[in-house]
Design a protein around this ligand. Structure first.
Ligand code: SAH
Length: 226
């Protein structure tokens, strides 16, 4: 799986971007209950410091969200791990849709796991930067500049859908684009009261819902900007 990444020396990192700090982050994630070795391995390998501004690179392996411009953030590694684990649990999804590309880090983790990734971002500037990162790492990620609340109907259905910005309610169009047997993971709620939901669609189209706990995400907004 990780063989899909084309890593240069700058991606492997050193000092505060190197192996020791990454191993410490992985232990931190394990301590927080992340147990899926595939997920831990992907997070150890994907160079998170290449998904933030150079000035923040030295903080990339701290278990924190960091600013990426335009008032947005790259999610905390623990949250990326938890959402990815929730997507992979009981199943082996192949095609996954992400709403909210942001830095591109979550999409890169999914691509490193061997998934076929489709990602949608409403802020053109962030998407352009993320695309450069995918290219530099040799990652095949398909992306679209659009309001992700409409999903990607031409590419549906998806085995898994991950939403990385919080809306006040679940987006019906996204549930419709989920294949039977598929899983959707999304934060839902308003500022200060968001929960991470995991929804499964069974073979008959019936939905079951599980609450994975409180989270803090930037809002899912409508429309697009350059
Ligand atoms: N997955 C990202 C997290 C970025 S924060 C990462 O790994 O870095 C959430 C992102 O969702 C922001 O970039 C924001 O612009 C985007 N977003 C918010 N509403 C959106 C919408 N309706 N469609 C697409 N992207 C959206």
């Amino acid at each position: 799986m990780i063989a899909r990444l084309r890593l240069q020396p700058a991606d492997v990192g050193m000092g505060l971007t190197g192996q020791r700090v990454r191993d410490r982050l992985i232990e931190d994630l394990r301590g927080g209950g992340i147990a899926d070795e595939r997920v831990l391995n992907a997070i150890r390998t994907v160079p998170r410091h290449q998904f933030v501004d150079e000035a923040l690179a030295s903080r990339a392996y701290e278990n924190n969200a960091l600013p990426i411009g335009h008032g947005q953030t790259i999610s905390q590694p623990y949250v990326v791990a938890k959402m990815t684990e929730a997507l992979l649990r009981d199943g082996s999804p192949k095609r996954v849709l992400e709403v909210g590309t942001g830095s591109g880090y979550q999409a890169a983790v999914l691509a490193a796991l061997g998934l076929e990734v489709f990602t949608v971002e409403r802020i053109g500037d962030l998407l352009r930067t993320a695309r450069k990162r995918f290219r530099a790492l040799g990652l095949h990620v398909r992306s679209k500049h659009d309001d992700g609340r409409i999903g990607w109907p031409e590419q549906a259905p998806f085995d898994a859908i991950i939403v990385t910005a919080a809306g006040p309610a679940l987006v019906e169009a996204l549930l419709e684009q989920l294949a039977p047997g598929g899983v959707l993971v999304a934060p839902v709620g308003t500022a200060g009261a968001q929960t991470l939901l995991r929804l499964c669609k069974d073979a008959d189209g019936a939905i079951t819902q599980e609450d994975l706990g409180a989270v803090v995400f930037v809002p899912l907004l409508s429309g697009m900007i350059d």
